[in-house]
Design a protein around this ligand. Structure first.
Ligand SMILES: Nc1ncnc2c1ncn2[C@@H]1O[C@H](COP(=O)(O)OP(=O)(O)OP(=O)(O)O)[C@@H](O)[C@H]1O
Length: 455
């Protein structure tokens, strides 16, 4: 049996509430009532309603304020306004603010059924759309491109974890998308209205890190000319992302552990501690368990931040993602650079897939961005890729030293091709300058670019 859809009826007239309750129950809905916006907001926050029917003029909190509060608190119900004589303009304004529709009082039962049927149909289409998008992407996060199974399982976990305050440790090589996953945890969860504050523990000198994290009061040390709020306080109500947590000096590890256990911080030099409500997500590209074994990372802190561990695979372990990411970055940067619709040539794509990407997705993104600058505006060819990537193209494109053939002609061609590619790379794709470096005419270079399929 399918679960009954829930409707919240918000109106200050008891008779109307009663009438709607009877009517909607008959139509198969589960109905709850509120007499004003403030009570309705509390119910809506907990109740998971599919629809809310809301009067515009009410005491305590009127319909418009209720609507705005719902949007701010991320309440996902479809809201339909009920307007009495003289409030149609307000109803239209409510629709601009996000209400789905409005119905004028007095209404009969057919009118209310029709509005709800339309709203149900829209919900169904929205759901279907979302499911289709998720099916294409493999998961529910729009910015994270992957069809890899392991990444899919990680994103499932992210979805579950986003609703809790559990500390999460994200592990993975540099550039695998750790910060992106941390943001997904924040923006898909209950804390999304709060701040997401990121700090790279390895990028801030150890001496400054403590006051960065916890803040200080005026006079706490020589340069402390005024009070300073720390990142923990800044992240209050939201998420603090501690990137490269393995770089945290041992003395600060003790302090961080205390903050996590007691959920309160004390600014440097302050007498009293204060409560903070922060979800901590950490990331590391180091083997933290190894760091613990080596005595460089505290075991108790390791267990505290590692309640849930997500381990992101390197890009070379999910090569099926490379073509997707190439398209994604071509579109993303192509649009920004006014070069839409650029596609990789088959040889370029082959090289991109074969390359081992030690810098992972970040290196791939940089490579595509740079390739767009160098390419001809229509296709992204091998010539626009860095030498290390090009070296992964098919055998015929490799240099003389790697060829099995003893043909001088073939060897000379391969060498010539390599020199042209290098010259273009050095000159940022400027053909006139490249021809000068190669000591050939501009025309000869154009001819050779065509011959070697480098255009
Ligand atoms: N699956 C993905 N889909 C789309 N973009 C991605 C993906 N993974 C990473 N990126 C992009 O790659 C870049 C690097 O990602 P991110 O900064 O999250 O990596 P990181 O693991 O935190 O790196 P570091 O350890 O160096 O801080 C970012 O621009 C990010 O948007």
């Amino acid at each position: 049996m399918t679960e009954k859809k829930k409707i919240l009826v918000v109106d200050d007239e008891p008779n109307l509430r009663h009438m709607l309750q009877v009517l909607l129950k008959k139509q198969g809905y589960q109905v709850e009532q509120s007499a004003d916006g403030a009570d309705a907001l509390a119910k809506a926050g907990e109740g998971n309603f599919a629809f809310i029917l809301c009067d515009i003029r009410m005491p305590v909190m009127d319909g418009k304020k209720f609507l705005l509060a719902c949007t701010e608190s991320g309440i996902g119900a479809t809201i339909i306004m009920m307007s009495a004589y003289g409030t149609v303009d307000d109803a239209i304004e409510c629709m601009k603010l996000g209400a789905y529709d409005y119905i004028s009082k007095p209404f009969n039962s057919d009118e209310i059924s029709l509005v709800l049927k339309k709203a149900e149909e829209r919900e169904r289409l929205k759901d279907e759309n979302r499911r289709l998008r998720e099916a294409v992407r493999g998961h529910a996060f729009p910015d994270i491109i992957s069809r890899n199974d392991r990444m899919g399982r990680i994103m499932e976990l992210v979805k579950k974890l986003s609703g809790h305050k559990t500390t999460v440790l994200i592990q993975g090589e540099s550039g695998t998308g750790k910060e992106l996953v941390a943001r997904a945890l924040h923006y898909c969860g209950v804390r999304r209205q709060g701040p997401f504050v990121a700090v790279n523990c390895g990028a801030i000198p150890a001496a400054l890190l403590e006051s960065e994290l916890f803040g200080h009061v005026k006079g706490a040390f020589t340069d402390a000319g005024h009070d300073k709020i720390g990142l923990f306080e800044e992240a209050h109500g939201g998420t603090l992302f501690l990137d490269e947590i393995g770089e945290l000096p041992l003395a600060l590890q003790v302090k961080l552990l205390r903050v996590l256990q007691e959920e309160e911080i004390r600014r440097l030099g302050a007498a009293a501690a204060q409560k903070v409500d922060v979800r901590v997500v950490s990331a590391t590209s180091r083997d933290l368990a190894g760091e613990v074994a080596a005595g460089r990372f505290r075991e108790d802190l390791y267990f505290r931040i590692n309640v849930f561990a997500l381990s992101l695979p390197a890009l070379r372990e999910r090569v099926e993602d490379v073509p997707l990411l190439v398209d994604h970055f071509l579109e993303k940067h192509g649009e920004r650079m006014g070069m839409p619709g650029v596609h990789p040539t088959p040889e370029a794509l082959q090289a991109l897939v074969r390359y081992s990407w030690p810098g992972n997705v970040r290196e791939l993104e940089n490579c595509i961005e740079r390739g767009l600058v160098l390419c001809d505006g229509a296709t992204l060819g091998l010539a626009s890729l860095p030498e290390a990537v090009r070296a992964c193209a098919g055998q015929e494109h490799r240099g003389v030293d790697r060829s099995d053939s003893l043909s001088i002609k073939k060897g000379a061609e391969a060498l010539e091709r390599q020199l042209i590619v290098r010259a273009l790379e050095q000159t940022g794709g400027n053909r006139t300058h490249a021809a000068r470096l190669l000591e050939i005419s501009h025309r000869a270079l154009l001819y050779k670019l065509k011959e070697y399929d480098l255009g």
